[in-house]
Design a protein around this ligand. Structure first.
Ligand SMILES: Cc1cc2nc3c(=O)[nH]c(=O)nc-3n(C[C@H](O)[C@H](O)[C@H](O)COP(=O)(O)O)c2cc1C
Length: 200
């Protein structure tokens, strides 16, 4: 599939019938995946669970995961075979960031972890610290890290509810990830989350 510049995601199906408890019980780190692209419906559910807009109130667009001061320091990228996309919560869409299969380079930056190169989708959470440190000073850095955990867990549980596997990846070379994904200077990668159908 050629890379599109903007991909409007289908609305997330939030009545899947899968209970939260089932998702918690089923979630396990999965590191080997079948070679099969994920549907846009699945990608929609995963990204919405992480950073989707779930309420608009008083000029704020509140998201699926809590954020200190509702400042939302995280940028979310979807790395797929055809390119890397930035998730835009406000429009629930993907914007092409760079075309081409960057998964092998991302895996290399993650010390060769095959879960990264072998997954049809890797969700990368990056923090723009300035958004929180401007208000909270140094403590804002802690807040961003805590928030990344909230977002990642939502994504893992959504993956479990979809019958997919995922793993949180924290072991990587920050500078190499930034170079591999052509990330903006102020965008610090915190987590890589490969997602796919588990290989059996
Ligand atoms: C902060 C953090 C970083 C992690 N980094 C990696 C990693 O780089 N590679 C990996 O394969 N698993 C990584 N994991 C996953 C753990 O190995 C996994 O959660 C643990 O073995 C428990 O298994 P479970 O997730 O199936 O419950 C990480 C987990 C956390 C919370």
């Amino acid at each position: 599939m050629a890379a599109d510049t903007t991909v409007k995601l289908p609305p997330p199906d939030i009545k899947s019938g899968f209970s939260l408890e089932e998702a918690i019980a089923k979630r396990r780190s999965v590191r080997a995946f079948v070679e099969q692209d994920l549907s846009l419906k699945a990608i929609s559910r995963l990204l919405w669970a992480g950073q989707g807009v779930t309420a608009k109130k008083g000029g704020f667009s509140f998201r699926a995961a809590p954020s200190a001061g509702a400042l939302y320091p995280m940028e979310t990228f979807a790395v797929k075979k055809d390119g890397i996309y930035r998730y835009v919560p406000q429009t629930h869409s993907l914007e092409l960031h760079a075309a081409g299969d960057l998964r092998p380079r991302l895996a290399e930056a993650a010390h060769g972890q095959t879960s990264v190169s072998g997954a049809p989708l890797a969700i990368v959470l990056c923090s723009v610290y300035q958004r929180v440190t401007a208000r909270y000073g140094e403590r804002g850095i802690r807040y961003a890290h805590i928030e990344a955990g909230h977002i990642a867990q939502n994504i893992h549980l959504a993956a479990a509810a979809l019958g997919l596997g995922s793993v949180p990846i924290g072991a990587f070379d920050d500078a190499k990830v930034k170079t591999a994904l052509k990330l903006p200077k102020d965008c610090e990668p915190l987590y890589i989350i490969p997602v796919g159908r588990p290989a059996r």
